[in-house]
Design a binder for this molecule. Structure first.
Ligand code: ZN
Length: 440
């Protein structure tokens, strides 16, 4: 017996899942981002309980069952949610974002940093770029999948962490330590890269997907001399000893080896690399002199030579560089028993994530659907993210805010004019939705 035509139509329906109602979802996502920016999840103290509550409510409204983890003494709170996929033999994709934001100098802002004002197409506020917009893109790309009834290829998890801005003791590290089974994934998508018309290559839209990050090595130099009257200069002046040591430290020759990710990027961009501090930093080891402190009395006296003087150096090493060797080379170069070098951070080097994966290909395809003119390339990032902890566990981690932003907007991260273009945020949402429903 021939089936009725309408039956055929019904049978065909599940194969062609409906597109999300984009105008409605985009509108709600922008509203939600505004509500989220208004939540002052500043680190310190990284009290992220209100941010977690906001996410929980939106998820539950949409039929999800999120889990909340109170992990720290100051309200540090993480959230985890799962959307089940078809193939349970595949390890999940983990979307990871952080709830916390860095503090603000409100007087320096042209707008209230927690009002989430939209002006001339930009949404302003602390966290707009780093990384509340991407967190909301994660959230609403999941919601869009659920609303259209699309079952993804594999489980998709979303983890929102509490304290990325302070190395994640109660966030990513607590979750890995105490809840590994629940978050174990094959891939993680986090912050790191982004799209830009000028940041990576002049006059070309490039999406840089981060596949690795530099190692964070903080050092304190402490010089010891003799206290004396400023009226009579002495060679044993701690400040002079320190200045000399800093000069030598900054001139430590760069032993950075060409990095696989950077080489791949150079090749992709045909050698046309933009000249800016970001691009410079990802191609070599760097040292920034970040603090100087010396003097006797408060305020310090101008006529007293202090017996000690201190400085900190923020060194960022390329993957593959041995931090201990870097430090001993610097010590040898300073070569002064009056200068002590103390290591303040514990650099991790889990290397660079593989780039030849189905997820990387799917991400590229999703980007090209909305930005057909763009070039997609792996990059290294100069700053640290939560991803380093997942790479240590063997997870393949990529970082991307799926938005095209000018270098001048990227530079507003952590600054007093942080903002994102609203239209790019909306397109980013579609890019991630496209990715989540694709096969990888
Ligand atoms: Zn961040």
């Amino acid at each position: 017996m021939k089936p009725f035509p309408w039956l055929l139509f019904l049978l065909a329906c599940p194969l062609r899942a409906a597109e999300p109602d984009w105008p409605v979802i985009e509108k709600r996502a922008v509203e939600f981002l505004q509500e989220y920016v208004r939540v002052k999840s500043i680190n310190p103290p990284a009290d992220t309980s209100a941010a977690a509550e906001l996410f929980r409510t939106e998820l539950e409204k949409n039929g999800f069952a999120p889990k909340i983890f109170h992990t720290g003494p100051n309200g540090q709170t993480n959230l985890l949610v799962r959307l089940e996929g078809r193939d349970r033999t595949k390890k999940p994709l983990l979307l990871m974002n952080h709830f916390d934001v860095v503090p603000v100098d409100a007087k320096a802002w042209p707008v209230d940093p927690f009002a989430a004002v939209i002006r001339d197409g930009y949404l302003w506020g602390r966290g707009a770029m780093d990384m509340k917009s991407t967190g909301v893109i994660h959230l609403f790309s999941l919601i869009a999948l659920k609303q259209t009834g699309v079952v993804p290829e594999r489980d998709i998890l979303m983890l929102c962490t509490s304290d990325e801005e302070s190395f994640g003791p109660y966030g990513v590290r607590a979750m890995i330590r105490d809840h590994w089974k629940e978050i174990e994934a094959e891939y993680v998508l986090d912050e790191g890269g982004f799209g830009s018309p000028d940041q990576f290559s002049p006059g070309r839209t490039v999406f840089g997907i981060s596949v690795g990050e530099k190692q964070v090595l903080w050092l304190r130099l402490r010089a010891k001399g003799t206290a004396a009257h400023g009226s009579q200069p002495i060679p044993d002046n701690a400040n002079m000893i320190l200045l000399d040591a800093i000069g030598k430290a900054l001139n430590t020759p760069d032993r950075g080896k060409p990095n696989e990710a950077v080489e791949r990027m150079r090749e992709k961009l045909g050698g046309r690399l933009a000249g800016n501090k970001f691009m410079a930093a990802i191609q070599r080891n760097t040292i920034s002199l970040t603090t100087l402190s010396a003097g006797v009395g408060s305020p310090p006296r101008a006529n007293v030579i202090p017996s000690t003087s201190e400085a900190t150096l923020d060194c960022r090493l390329l993957p593959g560089v041995n931090a201990a060797e870097f430090v001993s080379e610097m010590k040898a170069r300073i070569n002064d028993p009056r200068v002590a070098i103390e290591q303040l951070s514990d650099p991790a080097d889990p290397g660079v994530s593989r780039m030849d994966t189905p997820l990387f290909a799917a991400l590229r395809a999703a980007i090209l659907k909305y930005h057909p003119e763009a070039l997609v390339t792996p990059i290294l990032i100069p700053y640290g993210t939560d991803s380093v902890e997942l790479r240590k566990k063997g997870v393949i981690a990529y970082g991307l805010a799926p938005m095209v932003v000018d270098a001048s907007i990227v530079a507003t991260m952590h600054s007093d004019a942080e903002r994102i273009p609203v239209s790019e945020f909306q397109t980013g949402l579609k890019i991630f939705h496209e990715l989540l429903k694709s096969k990888f």
